[in-house]
Write a protein that binds this ligand. Sequence first.
Ligand code: DC
Length: 219
Amino acid sequence: MGFNVAIDGPAGAGKSTIAKAVAAKLGFIYVDTGAMYRAIALYLLNHDIASDDEKAIEDSLDDINVEIAYVDGAQQVLLNGENVSKEIRREEVGNMASATSVYGFVRSKLLSLQRELARKSDVIMDGRDIGTCVLPDAQVKIYLTASVDCRANRRYKELVEKGETPVLEDIKKDISDRDYRDMHRDIAPLKQAEDAVCVDSSDMTIQEVVDTIVGLCEK
Ligand code: DC
């Protein structure tokens, strides 16, 4: 097993930004597990399969192949051989991923891929159930969170910078709904592992969070 760092937390807490920076600093591979759930969600959206159609989702899993590749250190997600790394970032895909990651058969499809990546290399892996379920023996576990207001404001700014015209209240509702779903599902819900260190980034800069986590890894 490589050196494993697990980062869990709710949507919009800054996990991917922080994990990428920590990975670069430590020379580790960054694994974004949300992207894998998003790839499955994209397939289902493209095939007009509804998030509550459990049977159709289970039946389609054999037709879905998710692979991870790295180009210049950046994770790329391949869905049936096609690079979908950009497409899966859409809000609609994130919501579909949240709704369909509740199914055990979806989760177990991705579990072995996630564990295999962590076995082969030093990784910093982010998601919802990494410290509690995917990598229970990770050497460092972080629960990265921030208030709903703070996460919504950050997302709002990101969208405005992209030239979109978002409504702050809609973003807040989206984030709260996603938190609720991710924390209350039956299988591998989002929660802080007992041995995880909680970092609340609401009033911290990115650099402060990165330094805190790097410090914990070096200890
Ligand atoms: O981190 P993200 O926003 O890309 O994740 C999208 C959804 O995927 C998230 O709302 C819940 C699901 N997910 C999960 O259930 N388990 C993980 N380890 C990662 C993501």
